[in-house]
Write a protein that binds this ligand. Structure first.
Ligand SMILES: C[S@@+](CC[C@H](N)C(=O)[O-])C[C@H]1O[C@@H](n2cnc3c(N)ncnc32)[C@H](O)[C@@H]1O
Length: 341
């Protein structure tokens, strides 16, 4: 979408000879997508400079510093002392400019940590994101604030060596971009506990809603989380044989459609594809090919938008095409039965 134009004062052609030098030619390249500005009560934030569609890229960024994480300890996370040592080693190898960029990032520390812990370590804790198997600092992405119903999603592209942030719904010019720093399938109180280490009370639209709405949202999130776990053992394409297993599978298919509806109602775009996959497989198990195909195709479209080359995209592609074939033969059978009647 480059906007290329001649400088205003130039007269483009005189007798077919351009009167301007090629260096006058202005080609701005693609319009900027975001601007970093103060965000009310949240320090700096990142805002849209124009309207974005679902799937539009907001940022793609290579980590300026990354570490192989030490072993994760359940309950307490990565051992901070070891993380700091690893980060410090990488930091020493950076140019002074890049070091300054790292040190300019925001951080949150308790009074005790402020007195005892290396500031670089706390900056890393406040701003770092996982790649596939490492943890990295992405100074531009680090300016994006948190929401429990974010309008952007992200993934790590191994091929590009970049973290990619994209719009997960339509975004209007001037809106702030938000990502989620935590898993979102828990109540407001649980989420706030996990956000405490970032040092803010979340006032996103889900957390700031009035009590009754927040209560309903809490319930939906807990229900979605439970359903994801409950569905896990049933995610095979084996068609149940016994009558009772078939009856159960029909109930499950119904519940899977409700699950997809619940995730959509809660507006948790990061979980749509997972819910569609469950609904697709659950309907395939009762050989209800129309909804199975539609759900698989929805999941495929989302995965493709995120990363066309990921194994998840390939899986959803193969499910969609196999369910379409089954649906087609079902339709053919139905019409040949009609003809023979
Ligand atoms: C990764 S940084 C985000 C960018 C940061 N606002 C800045 O000025 O650089 C995380 C910090 O931003 C602030 N923050 C992020 N999301 C917020 C929110 N929803 N409400 C208030 N503060 C938030 C907190 O201070 C948090 O520790």
């Amino acid at each position: 979408h480059a906007t290329c134009r001649l400088p205003k004062s130039s007269v483009p052609y005189i007798s077919g000879i351009p009167s301007w030098q090629s260096s006058d030619y202005i080609c701005q390249g693609p319009p900027d997508i975001y601007i970093v500005e103060p965000s009310n009560g949240k320090g700096l934030g990142v805002f849209a400079l124009h309207d974005l569609d679902i799937g539009d890229i907001v940022m793609r960024e290579t980590p300026i510093l990354k570490i192989d994480p030490p072993e994760y300890v359940r309950g307490t996370g990565y051992p901070m002392a070891q993380v700091i040592e690893l980060v410090r080693k990488e930091f020493e190898g950076l140019s002074p400019d890049v070091q300054a960029e790292v040190m300019s990032l925001t951080y949150h520390a308790t009074a005790v940590e402020e007195a005892t812990t290396d500031k670089l370590g706390i900056i890393f804790r406040t701003n770092a994101y996982n790649t596939d198997d490492q943890i990295g600092l992405f100074p531009k992405i680090a300016r994006i604030n948190h929401s429990c119903r974010p309008n952007t999603s992200y993934y790590w592209s191994k091929k590009l060596n970049k973290r990619v942030v994209y719009a997960n719904r339509k975004i209007k010019k001037g809106e702030e971009f938000f990502v989620s720093y935590i898993g979102l399938l828990s109540s407001h109180e649980e989420r706030q506990k996990r956000l405490d280490r970032y040092g803010f009370k979340c006032t996103c639209e889900a957390c700031a809603a009035e009590q009754a709405i927040k209560q309903a949202s809490n319930q939906r999130r807990v229900e979605i989380s439970k359903a994801f776990i409950d569905f896990e053992p049933q995610l095979t394409l084996d068609v149940p044989k016994s009558k009772s297993a078939k009856r159960q599978a029909r109930k499950n298919a119904q519940a899977s459609s409700q699950l997809a509806g619940l995730v959509e109602q809660e507006g948790l775009a990061d979980y749509y594809a997972k819910a569609y996959r469950i609904a697709a497989i659950s309907h395939a198990r009762i050989e209800d090919w129309q909804p199975a195909t539609i759900f698989a195709n929805k999941g495929y479209k989302l995965k493709h938008m995120e990363d066309p080359e990921s194994p998840y995209t390939a899986e959803m592609y193969s499910l969609t095409s196999s369910f379409i074939q089954s649906w087609e033969s079902e339709l053919k059978n139905q019409s040949s039965k009609k003809v023979s009647k």
